[in-house]
Design a protein around this ligand. Structure first.
Ligand code: KG4
Ligand code: ZN
Length: 337
């Protein structure tokens, strides 16, 4: 209920920060009525990564059908109450498509526009699926462009504990997959190859494991490349499994330590890398041993989607009100700490 109204408050969410064109309708920031994701993976796969100009053009083509599908699937007949879109971080041209569309719809429908931070949205994916979850909590946000350990003290109040000093975790998966010839996107490809490999075959370095909450994955990527060049007889599954084990080890060790040191009751995962099976299993196991609640959003909610944008938008609207329509896209937007 918002403003004492009994009918659900519907937010249309729009996400176009990278290579997924997504639209969703969420009621009261908690119930997903629809969540449509049009992936552009096939368009970018032959280039081995996201091509920004291709992404922008594809968003232009895919977004209107995605919005229509989300509204129809949600059974929206008398309009939505607000439109939320990711304003950053992300690719400038790609963001522009979603933000312009959202502003236009908000104007036409005469409802508030809400500009949402993409990383905050990844965090809200956890709250969306587990509505009884309340701050304070610690979140490990791991995507293609970011790796952050965040203490969420309250809604909209964050403390950045640490981030990566070089490559993001997803970027490391993508670069190593490309080197191993496993294709794009790299995360799922590495996970699949690793399934038949031995995670203890090669002891790759765990950078900055014992100090602080910063991460570094660039040295690990170089170690993988050097090892394969020196030992051409190694199998791809063993390299993939050993690399994945090193990433998971560092991420989980630091995240669990952060949750304990902050006195948080829950540790949440978010972002595309949080779809990784071994990362989820290890997080669940380490949390269980310490009596911490592990919050692992479904895989569809970990990777980019618009339901998380709508949910984050709903909370933001209540706390800060609508976003001015003259706000621009913010490709380098940080978390509001
Ligand atoms: O959050 P996301 O969908 O988009 C960004 O905001 O970047 O994250 C995409 C990243 C890519 O680097 C992709 O390789 C990685 O998430 N990813 C995974 C898995 N699924 C996606 N990494 C490891 N294991 C996975 N199963
Ligand atoms: Zn993302």
């Amino acid at each position: 209920m918002v403003d004492g109204r009994a009918d659900p408050f519907l937010v249309l969410g729009i996400e176009t920060s990278c290579d997924e064109t997504a639209a969703a309708v969420v009621a009261n920031g908690a119930a997903i009525l629809s969540s449509v994701v049009s992936s552009q993976v096939d368009l970018h796969a032959r280039f081995g990564g996201v091509v920004p100009e291709i992404a922008s053009r594809a968003h232009v083509e895919l977004l209107t059908p995605a919005v229509a599908e989300a509204l129809i699937e949600a059974g929206v007949t008398s309009g939505v109450d607000a439109v939320a879109a990711t304003v950053g971080p992300g690719l400038a041209g790609a963001l522009l498509v979603g933000v312009s569309t959202a502003k236009a719809l908000a104007l036409v429908w005469d409802v508030p526009f809400i500009g949402v931070n993409h990383m905050e949205a990844h965090l809200y994916a956890a709250l969306l699926e587990e509505p009884d979850l309340k701050p304070p909590l610690v979140a490990l946000l791991v995507s293609g462009g970011h790796t952050m350990l965040v203490e969420m003290q309250d809604h909209g109040r964050y403390r950045l504990l640490g981030s990566t000093v070089d490559d993001a975790a997803g970027e490391a998966f993508d670069k190593v997959a490309r080197f191993l010839g496993l294709g794009y996107p790299g995360g799922p490809a590495i996970q699949e190859a690793a399934a038949s490999g031995n995670p203890e075959a090669i002891r790759f370095p765990r950078a900055m494991m014992d100090d602080g909450y910063e991460f570094s994955f660039s040295g690990l990527k170089t170690a993988v490349i050097n090892h394969v060049r020196k030992h051409p007889e190694v199998t791809t599954p063993d390299v993939a499994a050993s690399f994945q084990a090193a990433v998971v080890d560092v991420l989980v060790t630091k995240a669990v330590r952060a949750a304990e040191e902050c006195g948080a009751e829950a540790l949440c995962l978010g972002g595309g890398v949080a779809a990784n099976g071994p990362l989820r299993e290890r997080t669940a196991a380490e949390c269980a041993r310490r009596g911490l609640r592990a919050v692992l959003p479904s895989r569809a909610m970990c990777t980019d989607n618009a339901a998380m944008v709508a949910a984050a938008g709903w909370w933001q609207l209540q706390a800060d009100g609508p976003t001015a329509l003259d706000v621009g896209v913010q490709p380098n937007l940080g978390l509001p700490v």
